[in-house]
Design a protein around this ligand. Sequence first.
Ligand SMILES: [Zn+2]
Length: 600
Amino acid sequence: MKRKITAFFTLLIIALTAVFPISCKKDGEENTNLVIQVEFSDTESPFTQRENDLLKKAFCGEKDSLDNFIYLNSNGSHKVKSNILGVVKIDKPIDYFMPRYRYDAQSGEYEEVNGIGYDNRYFAEDGSVSGNGKQSAERFFREQELLYLSTEKAVEICKDLGKKPQFENLTLVPSRLNRYVYSGDIFHPHQAKNYTGDSSGLSSAYYTDGVSGSIKNAKIGKTEVGSYVIIPFAYISSGERTSVTTLCHEYMHVLGAPDLYTYDNAKKPVGEFDVMGGESTPEPTQSLAYLKYRMGWLKEGEDILPVTEGGEYSLTAMEDVGGVKAYKITLGSYYEKGDTFYLEYRKLGNGSLASAPTEGVIIYRVNEDNGYISSMGEKANVWRGNAYGDYEVIVFRNIQDFIYGNHTTLNEEEGYTSFGNPDGNVNVILNSDGTNSGIYVEYLGKNADGTARIRVEIPSIQAVAPSGKAGLAVEVGNRNSVYFGDVSEAKTAYVYYSSKPIKNATPDKLLKSKKGELIKTHTSFLKVTLPKPDGIEKYVYVFYQEDGGYSSVTEYKIKGVKDVKLSTVLFIAIGVGIIVPSALLTLISRNSKKRSKKDE
Ligand SMILES: [Zn+2]
């Protein structure tokens, strides 16, 4: 019961996927992030010049900024341009946007703590308060109101400046709150999509009986608010500590990345090895190669290569330019278990936002389908990462305790130079069903060019495809994949996709065609997933490199994405804020000024 309630409190906000599909931007795309600083009618700590300067640095600075991080994390393929508009003062007190009740887990009772706040309780269908019910819609309406009031004031600033801003994301930065903020509160950092439908659909996700509120269309000029982030200033800078980790985490949600920590009991299967891991590292760490691949920032067959047999391999650090960013191991058991394993090399943090907290090689397991488990425990079409159910991604560590500092990269300094135990039961690289994968990895040292040298042992990659696992398949998440079928060796595969058909397609024709996109990959990955999850690609052509030339071309036509019931995607939580360290919580508390430095 307690766990369930926690999960519900963590479950946030809304996305109308049908209107604003979550998508990964294509290479080289740039988007604009409009930033509005928000003060309230009773703001006790208005923005100071120093805070304004800090904010500018945090968003747009050359180093240690959001814009810089997204550029680095996308390996140069995505740019965010943050545009700080200024301060708006809205005519409502802070507490109007804070919860009315505090839940006491001991007694299971709600206590009213803020008379003008929104109803943050959960209700069963019969109107009784219940942790298993739906949250009152009042929180939803208050957040809408905050968005609307902020944009309404922003319009006045724009008029004064003669500006007509275009933006893809809006970030609201409330001034210092001097309040405690809990997970699930409006002021807990989070990202969401603005809801522009009517209120009749709300009852599928919220308890609406007796709740009043209206949905006003938040827009600035002609630009309607789509994606937005709410992150109070104290989550960026508090006293002596400034950190853009939470900000970068939320912005990665804007771009479509899911959480890689768990919502139910705050486990950190990825931790400090990815900005989405939920660890409040002083600097945001770059994402795992797998996540970057899913975002369209790294390519299989180019940046990520297969391991098809045991032997020595070299890895370029994620922080360096070019080279092999990861090796992906797809074992023969993939069709049965759905697991793949990745190896990558991370460099030590040096203040450039681009590094892991410890240098070395890491190994992690991915089970893509587990990334689609919903809060109800079923597989649905929204990518949720590690939020619910079995892990999508887990980084193996010698101490599987997921506490900051227990990172186990393979390097000499920390005394760990190998991982995996094909014959034993300690330090085993596990399949997701708990069996031994049989993989063993050893760090051999650094090459003269700065790459890491590793030795890998793997069991057979020979894969026998069950019937139906060859050719085109629509998978959970509405992704289109091409399975290569039975694979006993790695050969180069070409997959070409296009919205228009290619007449009499031959390998030569497809290699030259500019109508669509070509993926060069390896059959030993067993499948290739087309990058667009929304079914825009319609025609798919597959051929292979063979002795002395190319195979013939197999053509597939995608019949269209399976109909998604609107009711199932209408209200889904996305982008929950990351866990805030207790030091930050202290600093945004009511008593922050009275606390001694020692307590922080
Ligand atoms: Zn998150």
